[in-house]
Design a protein around this ligand. Structure first.
Ligand SMILES: [Zn+2]
Length: 477
């Protein structure tokens, strides 16, 4: 009998965000099955999901972005496991982006582009660690969690980049003061393709100043997980939620320091220049050489690369022509790839074009509710407000003035419609519940959702080269 869920080890695979498991799991798991593929199912712990006590709290008790899928940690795990057993598909259940963030709202702002830098005090960090322990406990209580992605990008000290040499030396002595650390880097001399990896003293001090706190807290989160999860699990480091493309030396530093601290890392996600829900717009040659360097560095530590923000401009755009092929070549096929937003986007597309008037009417209701909510956020400077939202809203209104209402494909709707699932009426998540109800009551709608979700999953697996990977799972553990 097939063991599922399980720890996939370093098996290259696709990991999928199951935002509405009741609606997406059938298609996702059938897609995996069609491709004889093992895959991951996940949600991000600082945005998409949250412990039950957050999900069940009355409206307004938490920011709207916290647990914004309305799906609790327990729920996505239990539903995924039940479905995977029923369909006999090998899955790994992942806790994605177990993160230190000032608030979930800041996390979403950062992704959509217009965010200010926040600085967390030691006390705030302790509070976040308590919350993380709650999350990990709920996941562990299902006995079916096998992978954790840890994200401490919020603690990166970006000011270190601008500090003068004297400031760097003084601050290093003050804040890091670890002479053993310097020795770990001064002897490094590695050639990787066109890049020679070599550090001078000031460089090490600057990088350490920038990343030290982030690494320290990363280790603490790992220890929390270790305490709460008494079985074998894997770890990924998310280093992608940064304003800039990752500097190879910083990637080396992160992996060297986590190794030093005994954190066993399977995957690492640098910022390779991908934007969520946009195709990759840069040059493929540059992407190739960048990824080749990252891949070379991570292989020094027996770690594989993970690509986040894998959703493209449209559900089936595959991040743009040639992108998957480029990262496959640059990594020799040894990588992991994550998508999440793409499934909700696909659902909106399907509802907008559905023949049944009931489905179409509900889509229009969702659209009107989302627009009204975003307009209000801008007018009262609400928790989602920033310049980026205001700009996208203005642009959306201009476009719909010219092209009519119900445009699913504008940047505003693509980047912000996710919030629909957490909108409440009389305390209930009426949109989330309504979508599940439609899926259950309208057989034709269910059939089209299942078919398209399956087609998308299978297309992703194939495009990424993960077809047939189920056969190699045991070897990679
Ligand atoms: Zn990420």
């Amino acid at each position: 009998m097939l063991r599922t869920p399980l720890y996939l080890g370093k098996t290259p695979h696709l990991a999928v965000g199951v935002r509405i498991p009741e609606v997406f799991l059938d298609g996702i798991l059938d897609g995996f099955k069609d491709e004889r593929a093992a895959g991951g199912v996940m949600l991000s712990y600082h945005r998409e999901t949250a412990p039950e006590y957050v999900i069940n709290a009355p409206p307004g008790a938490y920011e709207i972005t916290r647990g914004h899928t309305g799906t609790s940690i327990r729920r996505y795990i239990e539903l995924s496991v039940a479905k995977a057993k029923e369909k006999e598909v090998a899955i790994e259940v992942e806790a994605d982006h177990v993160s230190v963030t000032a608030s979930a709202t800041d996390a979403v702002r950062r992704i959509t582009g217009g965010r200010a830098v926040t600085k967390l005090s030691d006390r705030e960090v302790e509070k976040v660690l308590e919350y993380i322990r709650d999350e990990v406990r709920e996941a562990a209580s299902t006995r079916n969690i096998y992978f954790f992605t840890i994200d401490t990008c919020e603690l990166i000290n970006h000011a270190a980049d601008q500090a003068t040499n004297d400031e760097v030396s003084a601050l290093f002595k003050d804040q890091v003061g670890d002479s053993g650390l310097l020795n770990r880097y001064l002897g490094v001399d590695v050639s990787l393709g066109g890049l020679r990896l070599k550090f001078d003293q000031l460089e090490v001090k600057r990088i350490a100043l920038k990343l030290y706190r982030s690494v320290e807290v990363l280790e603490r989160i790992y220890r929390i997980i270790r305490e709460e999860v008494p079985w074998e699990f894997g770890v990924e480091i998310a280093f992608d939620e940064t304003p800039n493309i990752t500097d190879p030396k910083e990637l080396f530093f992160i992996l060297r320091e986590t190794t030093e601290r005994g954190v066993p890392v399977d995957f690492v996600a640098p910022n390779v220049g991908f934007q969520k829900r946009e195709d990759y717009a840069g040059s493929l040659e540059e992407l190739y050489s960048r990824v080749k360097v990252y891949s070379g560095i991570s292989s020094l530590f027996s770690v594989l690369l993970s690509f986040h923000s894998g959703s493209g401009r449209t559900p089936f755009s595959m991040k743009g022509p040639g992108v998957h092929d480029t990262i496959r070549r640059a990594t020799g096929g040894l990588f992991k790839y994550k998508v999440s937003g793409v499934y909700f986007e696909l659902l909106m597309h399907l509802m907008a074009s559905h023949k049944s008037s009931r489905v179409r009417r509900f889509f229009e209701e969702i659209y009107d509710e989302v627009l009204a909510f975003l307009e209000e956020q801008v007018s009262v400077r609400g928790e989602l407000y920033d310049e980026n939202l205001a700009r996208l809203l203005e642009e959306h209104i201009r476009l719909s003035g010219n092209q009519g209402r119900y445009l699913v494909d504008t940047p505003l709707f693509r980047h912000y419609s996710f919030i629909a699932l957490n909108m409440r009426r009389d305390g209930k998540r009426f949109i989330r519940e309504g979508v599940v109800q439609l899926y259950e009551e309208e057989p034709e709608f269910k059939a089209s959702v299942d078919r398209e979700v399956r087609r998308l999953t299978s297309m992703l697996v194939e495009s990424l080269g993960f077809t047939g990977n189920a056969a190699s799972v045991r070897r990679n553990i």
